[in-house]
Design a protein around this ligand. Sequence first.
Ligand code: BTN
Length: 295
Amino acid sequence: MREGTPLFESPRAAAAFAKALPTLAIGKTLDYRQVAESTNDLAARAAREDAPHGLVVLAEEQTAGRGRRGRTWLAPPGKALLFSVLVRANGMPAERIGWAALASGCAAVEAVERLARIPVRLKWPNDIVVVSQAPRAKAEIQKSENACPWRKLGGVLCEGVLPKGAGGASRAIVGIGLNVNQTPEELPDPPKASATSLLAETGHPADRRALLAGLLERLEARLDALSGDAAFEALRSDVGARLEAWWRGARLAAISAEGRHEGRFAGLDEFGRLRLENAEGKVVALADAEVVGVA
Ligand code: BTN
């Protein structure tokens, strides 16, 4: 395995990159590290020490990278984008917190589309995937699960940081892992969620610095939308349209802490929960789950 080229040759280069970003807050304070256990943990620690909104902790390598649902997140040094953003939820209506992960996933999809020009999809709640094939109209969900009809390019791990005392501002950490320049041999390959990278999809390496800049710009736009009215409606409609384009009329299987759910995709509710309608017309709204099959 060849080690990738570091994003920045020196702390000074990282600071110059941060200064030149077109954002107001996101990435303007950049903590760039060669190695970290988990950038989410570092950002959470910084949040408790009153670090500013928009702080980005980025590492070339993680020794204990975490994914959703207790999984590990693996990437060889210098090949992926591994970073966490501190978000202070000032002015955001509390019921929109469920949208933070969706907003971040949507931002990542937009940045990848702009830079790499490949069709990527947002997979509720916060995965960035490439779809292998059109779902077969009458195929059983079980079959599509075995075939794993998508390849995962990246994911978002959104975690809350408890306020210090009563009345303290609530903060969240948005951690993003994006597979960029890993060769197919360097990708983890668990049996059901097969991974991919931009290199594996396009056949050529991508400019990680340009991708990072684009991602931070889209993150600011989409996260700011959580505190506005018109921008929030635009976010809801864009996320809804992306999911509809893939799942309209589809039957989904999802796993949550309560077990397995199956039903027809019935959009998202105002909290960003996935609505599934069963054969009797009963709708369940899932806040935290993983879609494992589409048919
Ligand atoms: C998922 O399970 O899909 C979410 C993966 C999130 C991984 C990123 S990498 C940077 C940040 N630090 C972590 O420990 N996890 C997130």
